[in-house]
Design a protein around this ligand. Structure first.
Ligand code: NAD
Ligand code: ADE
Length: 422
């Protein structure tokens, strides 16, 4: 059917996928406006772009914008469980975009697709979690001279890239899209806040009202998850390692305590730290019978599943995204959702399009920025200039039909002066 290679679940799902991505497009006015401008101006003409992202209806609309701008795009999954197979089919069949992504692919396939993407000798990489860039640097150094720059979607990816920069192995500019205000203040907070509960509810259909929910990590994502848990009627406990964030959680009205105490009383645990084994062996051993544990942080390292397998009988799959582990010592059953991977993308559809509109507007403009400033940006981590951040916010407000005030000349002068005091 097409003259290019791809690897997806079922091309026959394309019609369903097309409806799905067009549905998302209705809620993505900023990305749509960028797509329309890109198709007139073609700022990415002939640029080879590799995108390692969650393949969803929302990222499909980013892909359409990039291709409208003239990019030659390949798309691969940034997580083995997050691909929407129907959307992948639509991208291949209806938009002629090579996609290598299947929901439930094994780690070998996931890694093979990373190499497939790198074999196209990308000039720009869009990454979500830094696996593509890390593989480039580790295993394909000869391709680095082709790179104009890369972008990074998520907190964990930015942390890894900063570690690469500190070690002196980052030889090209990276735009930390996560660090745009129009990204982390909305996607991480309202996106993760809503879609994590969507994932938990679709996976379990449990009543949240009255439950003790433990949110591990009170960063941008943790705030959203805690806020929406409270909205559903949960009694929310926050655990933190950062004293400032812990005070914020206290003053936001949550109970704050160490995880060793929270482990004993929680009904539902959500990890959102970007850190390893924040739910460890002792915590799992201390949990009540029937405790639900899940993760919305980027990698599946937050719950110590190796320890759980050691202390429990082999798990039983009791619903599509629920595995029940019976702890031998206590007889308690621990319910792990989505194999400890991002519960919002594995068990639900990820963030809604209205919030990904902001994130992916940043991605599209970051790619354009890299190409426009080709050869002039020094290697290292950059953020998009604040005027681009504000332009995205302004476009979003306009699409929402919301007008705001402007500074008067008098106010502008006052804010720029120091003479007026008491
Ligand atoms: P953040 O840095 O703002 O917050 C993480 C918080 O976790 C920090 O406050 C940190 O102090 C805390 N923390 C670290 N170790 C801890 C421990 N042992 N116990 C308790 N708290 C601990 O990061 P963020 O933007 O909130 O992102 C969190 C994770 O979610 C990252 O992995 C990020 O990539 C990912 N993420 C996921 C989605 C999604 O769709 N599920 C969306 C955005 C970000
Ligand atoms: N990350 C979180 N939600 C997402 C979505 N809907 N699409 C792509 N990446 C995401």
């Amino acid at each position: 059917m097409s003259g290019f290679a791809y690897e997806i679940r079922d091309i026959g799902l394309a019609a369903v996928g097309r409806h799905r991505l067009e549905w998302a497009d209705r809620e993505m006015p900023v990305v749509r406006a960028i797509r329309e401008r890109f198709s007139r101006e073609r700022p990415l003409e002939g640029i080879r772009v590799a995108a390692c992202v969650h393949v969803t209806a929302e990222s499909a609309n980013l892909a359409r914008a990039l291709v409208s701008g003239g990019a030659r795009l390949i798309m691969i999954a940034s997580n083995p469980l997050s691909t929407q197979d129907d959307v992948a089919a639509a991208l291949v069949k209806e938009f002629q975009i090579p996609v290598f992504a299947l929901k439930g692919e094994d780690i070998e396939t996931y890694r093979r697709h990373i190499h497939t993407a790198l074999e196209t000798k990308p000039q720009v990489i869009i990454d979500d979690g830094a696996d593509l860039v890390a593989t480039l640097v580790r295993e394909h150094a000869s391709l680095v001279p082709h790179i104009i720059g890369t972008t990074e979607e998520t907190t964990t990816g930015v942390i890894r890239l900063r570690a690469m920069a500190a070690q002196g192995v980052l030889a090209f500019p990276v735009i930390a899209v996560n660090d745009s205000r129009t990204k982390h203040l909305f996607d991480n907070r309202y996106g993760t806040g809503q879609s994590t509960w969507d994932g938990i509810l679709r996976a379990t259909n449990v009543l949240i009202a009255g439950k003790r929910v433990v949110v591990v990590g009170y960063g941008m994502c943790g705030r959203g998850v805690a806020m929406r848990a409270r909205g559903l009627g949960a009694r929310v406990i926050v655990t933190e390692v950062d004293p400032i964030r812990a005070i914020e959680a206290v003053m936001d009205g949550y109970e704050v305590m160490p995880i060793r105490e929270a482990a004993r009383i929680g009904d539902i645990f959500v990890t959102v730290t970007g850190n390893r084994h924040v739910l460890d062996r002792d915590h799992l051993l201390a949990m009540k019978d029937g405790a639900i544990v899940c993760n919305a942080g980027h990698f599946d390292v937050e719950i110590n599943l190796e320890a759980l397998r050691e202390i429990a009988d082999p798990p039983r799959r009791i619903r599509e995204y629920v595995q029940e582990y019976r702890i031998r010592q206590t007889g308690h059953r621990i319910l792990v959702l989505a194999e400890g991977r991002l519960v919002n993308l594995a068990a639900a559809e990820g963030h809604p399009p209205a919030v990904m509109d902001l994130s992916f507007a940043n991605q599209a403009l970051a790619v354009e920025y890299l190409v426009k400033h080709r050869g002039t940006l020094p290697p290292g981590i950059h953020v998009l200039p604040p005027d681009i951040d504000r332009e995205i916010a302004q476009l979003k407000l306009q699409a929402m039909g919301i007008e705001i005030d402007q500074l008067t000349e008098e106010q502008r002068q006052y804010l720029a002066s120091w003479e007026h005091g008491t």
